[in-house]
Design a protein around this ligand. Structure first.
Ligand code: HEC
Ligand code: HEC
Ligand code: HEC
Ligand code: HEC
Ligand code: HEC
Ligand code: HEC
Ligand code: HEC
Length: 559
């Protein structure tokens, strides 16, 4: 069976979701966009802005005045050097699209904030996690995700990103907050006179950089050249001071990530994804996908440098959610062949490989990049982000044409008007099984669907623990091997096995929902991890034995 678009059953009422959203008691920024003034003369503006005209005329916003999203238009008309302001907040869109806006910021009270993955109940528990990951910054704090409107806030306060500089104004009471908000209404900078990215508090790291921010907000969309290249005129780039960039943005996960504001049509804006779907040097899941959604890349920019957007022929979660729910490299690292440092000035610090777990190390070999070296073995390792889309590729649901939105953005009914809209509460589907799973799996009830999801998770967790055990054994062999003085080539071969075992384990501690998205792929890759660890152990065991064996007997003296 192949499903294209939404099935009729999915359009069935889902008032429960609307009720849940209403009951969540979330706070919202004032969503009061001025309704488009009928008198606004867009034609005067469009005379000078041909690229915008093409978008605007093609879509459903052509009745919406430019002044709905741009302030200071009168001054700009009088003097085009006086730039109008551009609103990038969610509430401006929400002024006319209340249902989408309100559902977007619904709170999931099942998922606690700062749920560290290395708790005993988490997907990457200690002691193994620290052994496998030290000295990487993620050992300072590594959490399960929560709702989209928290994306900036959670990054500002996490112990690994800004060294403890940013703190919630309301101390721990900030955890009770929800809804849509400006991050600077909630956090404060404890060191406003110091803009250097560094560690202020013990137990923290200062690992964030401007590329990280571009996956949390697009407030800076007009200030950022393609790929974050440091070009003249662009206010922010990969090499900017991240603390200053962080101070300048306010809104997480803007609507304009997925919707072009002028055409009101689907798009992508993350530059490294646009680069990944257009590049031809190394095959990607996208380039090999026979059913791929076409991406029409447009060069824009009225400030003297180019920014790009990718207009899509249809909504497609693999691309739109794939702006962030993917493996990407967004940090400095080193060349594994030469050991040379790769700083933020290098384009490789904004890179989407867009491949599956079997190809991930090949993709990074291709651009000659690794993130860090394990403290105990010296192996050059990859640090995974969250390869959710890549994991989903090739799954049974993906092959059947099911899109992310069908499980994470159900169609629901507005309780008052009876009209259907797309819930923008992208959360764990366990929050709306009836509106998602049961629309297609009509023979199940909610309990059964939940049982299936949770059983798959339990099975998966066991395999991840298994891979961790063998990695720990491999790491533990390096000490004795080095004490015994085994030759360097044996250590080198074992480190290569460590790199492979690590990649096939860490993918699965980093990916979200992977037990459900593609359990078969997870099992295959985790089994590969175990095998690589065991191969590494054997290399070191053999080398130790060879070293400890009594020297070969001297040839017998000739009689
Ligand atoms: C006479 C030609 C002209 C007209 C008419 C005009 N613009 Fe512009 N607009 C420009 C130029 C030139 C720039 C680039 C200014 C710069 O960067 O120095 C610009 C820049 C902009 C920008 C980008 C601002 C930024 O932050 O970079 C926006 C938004 C904009 N115009 C919107 C409008 C709107 C809305 C109208 C109608 C009210 C309008 N323009 C009418 C010439 C015009
Ligand atoms: C629904 C909100 C919305 C409306 C309506 C809107 N804009 Fe924009 N505009 C934006 C946003 C957001 C941006 C930032 C760039 C982006 O998102 O691609 C932008 C960017 C621009 C730019 C900069 C383009 C560039 O090349 O960098 C211009 C020029 C512009 N708008 C002109 C207009 C004009 C003219 C109109 C009316 C015909 C208009 N806008 C209506 C939201 C809007
Ligand atoms: C002043 C009111 C207004 C504002 C502000 C506004 N929109 Fe719209 N939008 C409309 C109207 C009117 C339509 C066309 C009505 C329809 O067909 O449902 C529309 C249509 C759309 C559609 C297309 C729906 C479809 O059926 O294809 C999308 C997507 C959209 N808007 C997103 C946005 C986003 C994102 C923003 C903020 C950047 C925004 N809108 C701001 C009024 C507005
Ligand atoms: C991560 C991508 C993404 C973001 C961010 C996003 N949307 Fe959407 N939006 C979608 C998808 C997917 C659809 C469903 C399109 C379909 O199936 O036809 C949609 C549909 C819509 C529609 C069309 C009407 C409907 O309900 O189907 C509107 C209007 C809209 N979104 C407004 C918004 C607003 C307002 C925001 C910000 C508060 C926003 N969107 C943020 C992905 C996104
Ligand atoms: C601009 C980047 C970005 C885009 C686009 C994006 N996400 Fe997310 N998503 C995030 C981040 C960051 C978090 C974690 C936020 C946090 O923990 O504060 C997250 C969290 C989530 C969660 C966990 C929410 C919860 O309640 O626990 C789900 C589910 C999710 N995203 C699904 C999606 C889907 C489906 C799409 C596409 C329709 C999508 N996301 C698009 C960045 C993004
Ligand atoms: C849009 C329709 C659709 C939705 C929504 C949907 N499924 Fe499915 N599901 C399918 C189809 C079609 C298949 C069969 C694919 C095949 O076997 O080729 C399938 C297969 C499965 C499988 C077997 C997968 C495997 O690898 O063997 C499970 C388990 C499952 N679905 C559970 C769920 C759960 C739980 C949800 C809700 C979170 C859900 N599905 C949502 C259509 C859907
Ligand atoms: C057939 C239904 C289905 C589809 C399609 C699907 N997901 Fe999921 N997703 C789930 C289920 C079910 C879970 C929760 C698994 C669990 O809790 O064990 C989940 C979990 C997640 C999570 C983690 C949420 C959390 O609570 O931590 C993210 C993020 C996510 N999915 C993103 C995506 C993206 C992006 C896509 C498209 C590439 C996608 N999903 C496609 C069913 C689906």
């Amino acid at each position: 069976m192949r499903i294209t678009g939404r099935t009729f059953a999915q359009l069935v009422s889902a008032a429960a979701v609307a009720l849940l959203a209403a009951a969540a008691g979330t706070a919202f920024a004032q969503a009061k966009a001025a309704p488009a003034k009928a008198s606004f003369n867009a034609a005067a503006c469009l005379a000078c802005h041909a690229p915008v005209k093409a978008f605007y005329d093609s879509g459903k916003h052509k009745a919406v005045g430019c002044n709905a999203c741009h302030d200071g238009t009168a001054d700009h008309l009088a003097d085009s050097k006086k730039r109008p302001a551009t609103k990038t907040d969610l509430a401006t869109c929400g002024g006319c699209h209340q249902n989408q806006y309100k559902s977007y910021a619904t709170m999931d009270f099942h998922r606690t904030a700062r749920y560290e993955k290395k708790q005993m109940t988490g997907p990457a528990p200690d002691p193994a996690y620290d052994l496998l990951m030290t000295p990487h910054g993620f050992t300072k704090e590594h959490n399960l995700p929560r709702g989209h409107t928290f994306a900036l806030l959670d990054q500002y306060v996490v112990d690994r990103a800004f060294g403890g500089r940013f703190a919630p104004k309301e101390t721990w009471r900030y955890l009770a907050g929800a809804g849509d908000f400006k991050v600077w209404d909630v956090v404060t900078d404890l060191y406003p006179n110091d803009s250097d990215q560094k560690v202020f508090k013990p137990g923290t790291a200062a690992a964030a950089n401007p590329v990280c921010l571009s996956c949390k907000t697009q407030d800076h969309i007009l200030d950022w050249a393609f790929m974050g290249d440091p070009v003249p005129g662009a206010k922010w780039s990969r090499t900017s001071k991240v603390v200053e960039a962080a101070r300048s943005v306010n809104h997480a996960l803007n609507c304009i990530f997925c919707h072009d504001p002028h055409a009101a049509k689907p798009r992508i804006v993350r530059d490294a994804l646009i680069e990944a779907v257009t590049r031809t040097d190394f095959p990607t899941l996208y380039s090999q996908d026979a059913r791929k959604t076409k991406v029409d890349v447009k060069d824009l920019g009225v400030r003297g440098y180019t920014r790009k957007i990718g207009m899509l022929e249809r909504y497609d979660g693999k691309l739109q959610c794939g702006q962030c729910h993917v493996e990407y490299n967004c940090n400095p690292g080193f060349d594994p062949n030469t050991g040379a440092a790769i700083p933020m000035a290098d384009k490789r610090t904004n890179y989407f490989p867009f491949v599956g777990p079997g190809d991930i190390l090949k993709a990074y070999d291709h651009i000659q990049f690794r993130d860090f070296r394990n403290q105990f073995t010296g192996a050059a390792l990859w640090k995974a982000q969250h390869p959710d889309v890549e994991t989903y590729y090739g799954s049974k649901h993906e092959k059947a044409g099911v899109d992310c939105a069908q499980c994470h953005m159900p169609r629901v009914k507005d309780a008052k008007t009876g009209k259907f809209y797309t819930s923008h509460w992208q959360t764990n589907p366990k929050n709306y099984i009836k509106e998602t799973c049961l629309q297609c799996h009509g023979q199940w009830d909610e309990k059964q669907a939940r049982y299936v999801i949770e059983s798959m998770y339990s099975h998966y967790q066991g395999k991840v623990r298994n891979a961790e055990f063998w990695l720990a054994q491999l790491i533990g062999k390096f000490g004795p091997a080095q004490l015994t003085g085994v030759p360097e080539d044996a250590l080198k071969a074992a480190r290569a096995k460590h790199g492979e075992a690590h990649a096939n384990w860490e993918w699965w501690t980093a990916a979200n929902g992977a037990s459900f998205h593609n359990l078969d792929l997870a099992k295959e890759s985790l089994a590969r991890s175990v095998a690589a660890s065991q191969e590494g152990i054997k290399i070191l065991d053999d080398a130790i034995k060879a070293k400890q064996a009594p020297p070969p007997a001297a040839p017998a003296a000739p009689k």
